[in-house]
Write a protein that binds this ligand. Structure first.
Ligand SMILES: *[C@@H]1O[C@H](CO)[C@@H](O)[C@H](O)[C@H]1NC(C)=O
Ligand SMILES: *[C@@H]1O[C@H](CO)[C@@H](O)[C@H](O)[C@H]1NC(C)=O
Ligand SMILES: *[C@@H]1O[C@H](CO)[C@@H](O)[C@H](O)[C@H]1NC(C)=O
Ligand SMILES: *[C@@H]1O[C@H](CO)[C@@H](O)[C@H](O)[C@H]1NC(C)=O
Ligand SMILES: *[C@@H]1O[C@H](CO)[C@@H](O)[C@H](O)[C@H]1NC(C)=O
Length: 239
């Protein structure tokens, strides 16, 4: 009896607690996540043909890059003629740094689960057919440097949570159908009108359109032409 318990404990240690086994389980989980993406996409050029789910990990698949621990750090599928929709399982790629899906024809929502990709440095979904809201959860991507969602059909407000991403260097939300006030604090203090261009219903200082119900940008008295763009913000203090 005693040795039986000992044996199963030993087996448990080998199977569950052994780090290599853990790595393999992880790698398979990532392969499964990517494979569910494959099954959800139409791929007329067969760029995903090497994505074989029976391999122990996805690290030999084309357009996938892993780190030394066989965990996925890049998915590079720009300009690949893909259509269809993304899958929530993408949020399981916890070491993913680059998600490059620009210039395809991918539609449907941006999964809120992408906010779980806390290693992400670059999220490039521009030039697709994404619709729906920009998920609030993207504000959790604290290492993000590039966020390019331009030329899609996104609607609704720009989530205030994005102002929290202090590493953000490049933001492009242009050519969508976004509405509401453009934040101008936090990381957004860096961005110019180009980041928000061609969204008919955005408002706020950076758009040149005051938001409904908010005061005009230039201080009183009225009927005085607004100061040149180069005027620093602290001019207000002198009035
Ligand atoms: C994108 O998809 C739409 C409809 O699904 C199709 O009409 C259009 O030709 C596609 N565009 C490209 C560039 O594949
Ligand atoms: C991933 O994100 C979703 C939606 O944002 C959330 O409900 C879920 O709990 C997250 N999963 C993990 C493992 O963090
Ligand atoms: C993005 O959309 C705008 C407006 O529809 C269009 O003028 C521009 O050419 C598009 N960008 C690219 C790279 O296709
Ligand atoms: C920004 O981050 C702080 C600290 O994590 C959090 O309390 C706050 O709610 C966040 N702001 C938004 C708008 O998400
Ligand atoms: C920006 O301002 C909003 C409130 O207007 C606030 O919720 C948000 O946390 C601020 N962001 C930062 C980074 O301070």
């Amino acid at each position: 009896m005693e040795s039986k318990v000992g044996n199963s404990l030993c087996l448990w240690l080998i199977l569950v607690a052994h780090p290599l086994w853990m790595t393999m389980v992880l790698a398979n989980m990532e392969g499964d996540a990517l494979h569910s993406l494959r099954t959800n996409l139409e791929d007329p050029n067969k760029v995903l043909q090497s994505w074989n789910p029976t391999l122990v990990n996805p690290c030999t698949w084309f357009h996938v890059t892993c780190n030394n621990e066989n965990s996925v750090i890049r998915v590079d599928l720009g300009n690949a003629l893909l259509s269809g929709q993304l899958v929530p399982q993408l949020g399981l790629l916890k070491n993913l740094q680059y998600l490059e899906l620009y210039s395809n024809n991918i539609s449907g929502p941006i999964p809120s689960e992408l906010g779980n990709l806390t290693s992400l440095v670059s999220l490039d979904l521009y030039l697709n057919s994404f619709a729906g809201l920009i998920p609030d959860t993207l504000g959790k991507l604290s290492k993000l440097r590039f966020l390019r969602l331009n030329n899609n059909s996104l609607v609704g407000p720009i989530p205030m949570s994005l102002t929290n991403i202090s590493s953000l260097q490049v933001l492009d939300l242009s050519n969508n159908h976004l509405s509401g006030e453009v934040p101008n604090n936090g990381s957004f203090s860096l961005f110019t009108p180009l980041s928000f261009a061609n969204n008919l219903n955005l408002c706020g200082p950076v758009t040149g359109r005051p938001c409904p119900g908010s005061p005009p940008f230039s201080p009183p008295p009225p009927f005085v032409p607004p100061p040149p763009i180069s005027t620093p913000v602290f001019q207000k203090a002198h009035n």
